[in-house]
Write a protein that binds this ligand. Sequence first.
Ligand SMILES: [Zn+2]
Length: 128
Amino acid sequence: MIDWEKMIEQAKKVCRPRELSQNACAASVAAAIVTDQGNIYTGVCIDTPCSMGFCAEHAAAAAMITAGENRIAGVVAVHKKDDGGFEVIPPCGRCREFICQLHDDNHLAQVKLNDRVVTMDELLPFRW
Ligand SMILES: [Zn+2]
């Protein structure tokens, strides 16, 4: 059973939007991934021109891989809104595909949406 409140709190902790340079900003979105071993990894988006940046889920997955794990049990992403509040947002199409390719069972990973929990399979049906 995934503790979604804990996952959301972990993501919120690193969701601190900031300018990095004249061209780059980061952390308007943060993600938390929990693995089948129960470890939580977080990451933030990095936005740059020329499509060189990446999503928060991508960064969290990289931290997970760096630590030696690749089986994802659940993932959630939060976006910090202009009013200072947070909203849960689903992973983009690229991150859905990316996560599914990191482990043969990651298509079974749970994804926390704003009002429900679904599987990656439900977000990315009819995989190639
Ligand atoms: Zn993405």
